[in-house]
Design a protein around this ligand. Structure first.
Ligand code: PGA
Length: 272
């Protein structure tokens, strides 16, 4: 796993957006996996800026979101479809027919989840999956104990997640207890993962994910099994990492490589 520690969340957001922007420029028809929550907001703001100021073109990009609350329709103010519209899609030139957020009001969830997986397959798979992380180490809504081979399905949220997400609702009672979520196995099939984490509240989850054992109790730790993961985190989220100095050395060597000082330029999105 490549670990990039930025000084603060603003710098982390810009760095993460650069990875996404570079991919779109190289592959205008790329398939992005997108995440909701507070963490990717800065990255989305930067992508909107890149679209407005630098002409970053989303017209042929296809997107799949990780998850959605069960029971919330697309115009509910806390639905993830609504989140994506207001925080990204409404401000860029993406074709909405190419944007997919799981349907929290599907009639037959089992059939719908299979269909969501098939849509991802039919699109050619996800090129870059953006991921936040829960304070309990979950990715998407794969709560502790989720199978590391799991596929898109319904999941019951833990009390910790309900508590964490209650800040977006008028009261904790309004937080849905169920969500549709891509599985850990689904996420591991994406070609590249971009894991984002900011703030002290994520420090333990980040330590367990990057330096702990692979375990279903911290579903993000399954990313250690993926061949191409970039973690972009801020200093606060990195606070408990033991090998922080090493990660810095790796980034220094990487920047020298890019400057052509060692063996010529490398592609930052695919360091090797
Ligand atoms: P957050 O949520 O970005 O709002 O902290 C992350 C998550 O629960 O996956």
């Amino acid at each position: 796993m490549r670990v990039i520690v930025e000084i603060n969340r603003e710098r982390a957001a810009v760095r993460a957006a650069r990875f996404v922007g570079n991919l779109i420029r190289r592959h205008p028809r790329c398939v992005l996996g997108l995440a909701t929550g507070s963490t990717p907001l800065g990255m989305y703001r930067e992508l909107i800026r890149m679209h407005c100021d630098d002409g970053l073109d989303f017209s042929r990009v296809e997107t799949f979101n990780l998850d959605e609350y069960v029971g919330l329709g697309p115009i509910h103010s806390q639905s993830y479809r609504h989140f994506m519209q207001t925080n990204l899609f409404d401000h860029i030139n993406i074709d909405l027919r190419n944007t997919h957020v799981p349907d929290g009001r599907a009639l037959d969830f089992e059939a719908y989840c299979q269909q969501y997986e098939k849509m991802i397959d039919d699109a050619g798979g996800i090129d870059l999956q953006v991921l936040g992380i829960g304070s309990d180490g979950h990715i998407a809504f794969n709560e502790p104990g989720s199978s590391l081979g799991s596929r898109t399905r319904l999941k019951t949220l833990t009390e910790e997640t309900v508590r964490d997400n209650a800040r977006f609702f008028e009261s904790p009672d309004e937080v849905p207890r169920l969500a549709i979520t891509m599985g850990v196995g689904t996420i591991l099939e994406s070609r590249q993962c971009l894991l984002l984490a900011c703030g002290e509240s994520k420090a333990r989850a980040i330590r367990d994910t990057i330096e702990g054992p692979v375990t279903a109790q911290v579903t993000a730790s399954a990313l250690q099994l993926h061949r191409d993961v970039i973690a972009v985190i801020d200093e606060e989220a990195a606070r408990l990492l033991e090998r922080r100095d090493y990660y810095r050395q790796v980034e220094y060597a990487q920047s020298q490589l890019q400057a052509g000082q060692l063996h010529g330029a490398v592609d930052e999105n695919h360091p090797g």
